[in-house]
Design a protein around this ligand. Structure first.
Ligand code: SF4
Length: 351
């Protein structure tokens, strides 16, 4: 049996308190899984990987009350433990006084906070009332522990109108100077995200070049630094029309399997590669019913419907099937190829 050089497994044990409108991971129900489930997952895939790492989440990290126990269990079951990411549970940070000090004890220096505009817009796009208040409380708790907030804002034709509210907040809260005082440079960035998962619903209000001048200077400057780009146009990519023109005659097909995959496993034990949204056409199998070896074979041989489509259908054909050659919507080329592939597969599933 051949083994992956490395394999990362992320189990959606508890889901997420939010239902963000841009969420690429989708809005499935939250689970309540046991530590034994994570053990079962690790043991099932252990013979298939030279290096194994497991995570107890792929939506909100540290959401359950036993987050410390799960962190320790992840370390026990993994060959090597990645340091804590910049993602955190804002829901927990605003409620649990021990949580942010724990993050600081792990050496976390920066945590990402996601805004969509002012209070009402941020609550609506995060999918729960009180999200904005939790973000502000979290920023204070982070700074008190020497952790810098990093501000992320998702832009579409609706949220772009409220970017000045985010810029005003950065100034009102004096985040630039306060981060300087703790020795961690303040950072912020805007982007449109991928057009997959829940964010695909925003295609009708997707950002176009006409909205880019509405991005306030402070957020634009920080975005250039974050993305290492010279212009805000480069941050947002090319128009759909330009990409369709470029790829319209492209005969290339593509490979989606690698020797170092990451798998997402939902609460029902369905397994997906983390290439784009975990949609039905990406499903590799069910761990309880099919077993780990069959799932690994499906992935390697690119047999899920989406992998098969990418392997056999030229990009140009997908452009002709689902692209809009008149559209001014802005995309990174890779994200647009994922959008086309998902659209192609969704159509095939419905037919
Ligand atoms: S984007 Fe993150 S925080 Fe928002 S619903 Fe998805 S997993 Fe939860």
């Amino acid at each position: 049996m051949s083994r992956f050089s490395s394999l990362t497994l992320c189990l959606d044990m508890f889901g997420c308190p939010n239902r963000c409108r841009h969420c690429w991971l989708g809005h499935g129900p939250n689970g309540r899984m046991e530590p034994g489930d994570l053990r079962f997952l690790a043991e099932a895939f252990r013979p298939l990987a030279k290096q194994l790492e497991v995570f107890s989440w792929y939506r909100e990290p540290d959401y359950p009350d036993n987050y410390r126990e799960l962190w320790a269990l992840e370390a026990e079951l993994s060959d090597q433990k990645t340091p804590h990411f910049e993602n955190l549970s804002v829901w927990r940070a605003a409620r649990d006084p021990d949580y942010v000090p724990w993050l600081a004890s792990l050496g976390v220096q920066r945590c990402q906070l996601t805004f969509f505009g002012g209070e009402a817009m941020t609550d609506r796009y995060t999918g729960r009332k009180g999200a904005w208040a939790d973000l502000l409380e979290t920023a204070e708790r982070l700074l008190a522990q020497g952790i810098a907030p990093r501000i992320q804002v998702f832009v579409n034709r609706e949220t772009v109108r409220e970017l000045p509210a985010v810029e005003a907040l950065i100034r009102e809260r004096d985040w630039e100077k306060r981060c300087e005082a703790i020795g961690v440079p303040f950072s912020a960035f805007v982007h449109q995200g991928g057009c997959d998962g829940a964010n695909a619903q925003h295609y009708p209000i997707w950002v176009t070049p006409a909205e880019l001048p509405m991005i306030p200077p402070l957020l634009a400057d920080y975005s250039l630094r974050h993305w290492k780009e010279k212009s805000i146009a480069a941050v947002f990519g090319q128009t759909e029309a330009a990409i369709c023109h470029k790829l319209g005659k492209n005969r290339r097909t593509g490979k989606t399997a690698s020797d170092t995959p990451t798998f997402y496993i939902d609460r029902n034990w369905d397994v997906y590669p983390n290439i784009t949204a975990p949609a039905p056409w990406w499903r590799l199998g069910n761990l309880r019913r099919d077993g780990a070896a069959a799932i690994a074979d499906c992935y390697r041989e690119e047999r899920s419907p989406a992998q098969r489509a990418r392997r056999t259908v030229p990009l140009g054909q997908m452009v002709r099937a689902g692209g809009d050659p008149e559209s001014q919507r802005l995309f990174g080329e890779g994200d647009y190829c994922d959008y086309l592939l998902n659209k192609y597969c969704e159509g095939a599933v419905k037919e």
